[in-house]
Design a protein around this ligand. Structure first.
Ligand code: NAD
Length: 419
């Protein structure tokens, strides 16, 4: 029986999902002891001179969950609710995610507890550089490679790359991914997560004999992952009924014009007030009568109290950890097909891997090559997870975890324990 978890602790959720999948593959106790827990955790003080001249202290984290299959890899989040437990959970999921798409990386994550919306570009730059300096002993192209996550972007990565390179004395683009193209970034990286989400939705529709054309969609979180997934679904003929961001939710029963909504969001920073839409409440979006629901914001969006209200046929987890185990059980009993995070949003880390390879080789690929490779990786991963789901009769999340954890377990068993 899975153990009870506190609904809002992402690390408890990650541990419960690990135990469920480890039990399902019959993983021995010794291997569990070796792969379950983070390898390294660094908690840093980040003092920053603010624009008014005062020094403000922020708390920062970098967690390396696993380097068993390669350098640790994972994004950096700036958000007021970042905690060590959240970063540990996100790092753990990165390990299984990289293994699901079979790229030679382990898992890591970082974050700073801050409110970037209340900070100036200068304050953000100084905070990023001081944080980079504090985590510098852990990161590097062969050790641990950060990337963007919630409220960080290619500019943040450029500052990290520059700080790291200035300290080492020469330019080292491979220390981060998600960089601007002019600094060794990869074509397609900005769209990669949303594109991967779209691709797994296409695969799910094919499996469930549903047509994407005319399918109805609701998207919670209209940032990098959510807006690009919405854009690609819109282009494929789906009808995006509702989207939300941290400021509000908008709805149009005939479908929202996504390119115009993206243009407005990039101009004004919010979706609220979009013409030809009406405001709705966040819980109405999650309970929307639609074919596909895409949680693309933060953890614990669907939990024991609201999972019963879901009316979508497919949930595509663009976000990491948006469904708690209790909600999973409710959705399973309702027959909702869940594309789990470690499969659904793995397009981002896959193109990050391509970016790292290109940086290491100093040889850059064309966009068409990147999309072809990404589609192949995502299709293989979806097929592998679906096979376990069907053969073992387990939910897609457990199937994905069985695949990812199984690969990490195999690697650690062959490597053995040091000393
Ligand atoms: P982002 O900062 O670009 O966008 C986040 C969006 O979520 C913003 O529009 C914000 O307003 C919105 N949001 C925040 N709280 C909300 C709430 N309570 N309700 C509705 N909307 C809310 O971040 P992102 O990179 O798109 O990341 C979103 C999710 O996708 C995270 O879980 C992240 O870990 C995951 N993810 C991102 C990537 C990537 O490459 N960016 C890769 C894999 C997974």
């Amino acid at each position: 029986m899975p153990t009870a978890v506190i609904q809002n602790n992402a690390y408890d959720v990650a541990m419960e999902n690990f135990d469920t999948a480890a039990n399902a593959i019959g993983l021995d106790k010794n291997t569990r002891e070796m792969i379950k827990y983070p390898e390294r955790m660094l908690l840093v003080s980040v003092p920053v001179r603010m624009d008014d001249g005062c020094i403000h202290h922020f708390e920062g984290f970098r967690v390396q969950h696993s380097s068993v299959r390669g350098p640790a890899k994972g994004g950096i989040r700036y958000h007021p609710q970042v905690t060590l437990d959240e970063v540990k959970a996100l790092a753990t999921w990165m390990t299984w995610k990289c293994a699901v798409v079979n790229i030679p990386f382990g898992g890591a994550k970082g974050g700073i507890t801050c409110n970037p919306k209340m900070m100036s570009p200068g304050e953000l730059e100084r905070m990023t550089r001081r944080y980079t300096s504090a985590i510098l002993p852990l990161i590097g192209p062969e050790q641990d490679i950060p990337a963007p996550d919630v409220y960080t972007n290619s500019q943040t990565m450029a500052w990290i790359m520059d700080t790291y390179s200035m300290t080492k004395g020469y330019m080292i683009p491979g220390v981060v991914t998600g960089k601007p193209i002019s600094l060794g970034g990869s074509l397609g990286r900005n769209e990669a997560t949303g594109r991967g989400v779209f691709f797994t939705i296409e695969c799910a529709c094919e499996h469930l004999h549903m047509s994407l054309k005319g399918a109805t969609v609701a998207v919670q979180g209209f940032g990098n992952a959510g807006s690009i997934a919405a854009q690609l679904l819109y282009e494929a003929g789906a009808k995006i009924l509702a989207v939300s961001d941290s400021t509000g939710c908008v709805y149009n029963r005939d479908g929202l014009n996504i390119p115009e909504l993206i243009a407005m969001k990039s101009l004004c920073g919010h979706v609220e007030g979009f013409p030809e839409s009406e405001p709705i409440l966040p819980h109405e979006l999650l309970a929307m009568h639609c074919d596909i629901l895409i949680p693309a914001a933060l953890e614990n969006a669907l939990h024991a109290e609201n999972a019963g209200t879901v009316r979508a046929k497919i949930i595509a987890e663009a976000a990491n950890g948006p469904i708690t185990p209790a909600a999973d059980r409710i959705l399973e009993s309702k027959g909702v097909f869940v594309i789990p995070d470690i499969l659904c949003n793995a397009g981002g880390v896959t193109v990050s891997y391509f970016e790292w390879v290109q940086d290491e080789q100093h040889l850059f690929w064309e966009a068409a090559d990147i999309y072809k490779r990404l589609d192949r990786v995502m299709k293989t991963a979806f097929r592998d997870v679906l096979k376990i789901h069907l053969e073992k009769n387990v939910p897609m999340r457990i199937a994905a975890n069985m695949l990812g954890i199984g690969r990490v377990a195999e690697a650690v068993q062959i490597r053995g324990i040091y000393p």
